[in-house]
Design a protein around this ligand. Structure first.
Ligand code: PBG
Length: 327
């Protein structure tokens, strides 16, 4: 056959395949989500997320040590308070669970980078992400509470804050309050494009944050929409977001690509609890090769255009990368 172009030529050897690889995965792009719970001596496995745990402040350092040994440099902290109330007081309390965790973690592992999830659903008695007015989530009354929460995280040592509530105007509210308190160098990673997704199911079990009535469709996005993703991202950027996040990841690769193309800021993607649970469950049954699927799905998120990835597989990935099995 007289073929001038033979794409297979570049696939003949492993070294060559690696050389011409278009997407590279690096541990410095990974962020590990971590659950911290009020109490003592807690290391509780999350049933829908085998291999993921809730830690108390005293057991957290063991996990931080494992992460830093594995080569994961950044974590996203989620808090699980003992008591919840209508005002989400645990979210912004000086001795709240995330605030306590930050103080201990920063002291013991100052080289790790600490991002905090800023939301109220783990702290409200009703499980919604904001203040209620009747059975509606009141956007404008929620903003000062979110800003107060972000500020208290920063005062406790957070390096970056990540609002995930999907209230309109929250990035501006947080940026303003941080600046007023001279934290103008603390970046905001905005969950700008967060869809209302069934893939959050295991997380809500992990954090005990399922809404006790209704759903989150009046504030999180409808998954049929993509133009709306551009609208949300543009607004957050204007309000002062430094990094834009798309969430979930795997079913939203087209959205990641669009956001990456349209905006000149780093784009993060969150491979959420349900994505993790699906891979774990299938692997446990022997139906898929866990490592191969983790590497393939991870590469796909970066190929789509993500610069950063939040993933429950961060530790394993860091190991695969260091052993040259992905990268
Ligand atoms: C808080 C929050 C959620 C997740 C991240 N931040 C849950 C939700 O919106 O219901 C989901 C993360 C995951 O599923 O891994 N609002």
């Amino acid at each position: 056959m007289n073929l001038v172009q033979r794409p297979r030529r570049l696939r003949t050897q492993p070294t060559l395949r690696k050389m011409v690889r278009e997407t590279r995965v690096d541990s410095s792009s990974l962020i590990y989500p971590l659950f911290v719970k009020e109490g003592k001596n807690i290391t509780e496995e999350i049933s829908a997320m085998p291999g993921q745990y809730r830690y108390s402040v005293d057991t957290l350092p063991y996990e931080l040590e494992r992460l830093s040994k594995a080569g994961v440099g950044a974590v996203m902290l989620f808090g699980i308070p003992e008591k919840k109330d209508e005002l989400a007081s645990g979210a912004w309390a000086e001795n709240g669970i995330v605030q306590q965790a930050l103080q201990t973690a920063k002291r013991q592992f100052p080289d790790l980078y600490y991002i905090t999830d800023v939301c109220l659903c783990e702290y409200t008695s009703h499980g919604h992400c904001g203040m209620l007015c009747g059975d509606q989530v009141d956007n404008d009354r929620t903003l000062p509470v979110l800003a107060k929460t972000a500020l208290s995280h920063v005062q406790a040592g957070a390096d970056m804050v990540a609002p995930s509530d999907m209230m309109d105007g929250r990035v501006a509210a947080i940026r303003t309050l941080l600046d007023q308190n001279h934290y103008e160098n603390i970046p905001i990673l905005s969950y700008a494009v967060k869809y209302s997704s069934a893939f959050y199911g295991p997380f809500r079990e992990a954090a005990g944050s399922a809404p006790c009535f209704g759903d989150r469709k009046s504030y999180q996005m409808d998954y049929h929409n993509k133009k709306e993703a551009v609208k949300e991202a543009a607004l957050d950027l204007k309000e002062g977001a430094d990094i834009l996040m798309v969430k979930p990841a795997l079913s939203y690769l087209d959205v990641i690509k669009t956001v990456e193309e349209r905006f000149d800021v780093p784009v993060a993607a969150y491979s959420v609890s349900g994505e993790y649970a699906m891979i774990k469950a299938a692997a446990k049954n022997g139906w898929i090769d866990e490592e191969a699927v983790v590497c393939e799905t991870t590469a796909s998120v970066f190929r789509a255009g993500a610069d950063l990835l939040l993933t429950y597989y961060a530790k394993e990935l860091a190991q695969f990368i260091s052993e040259g099995r992905i990268g």
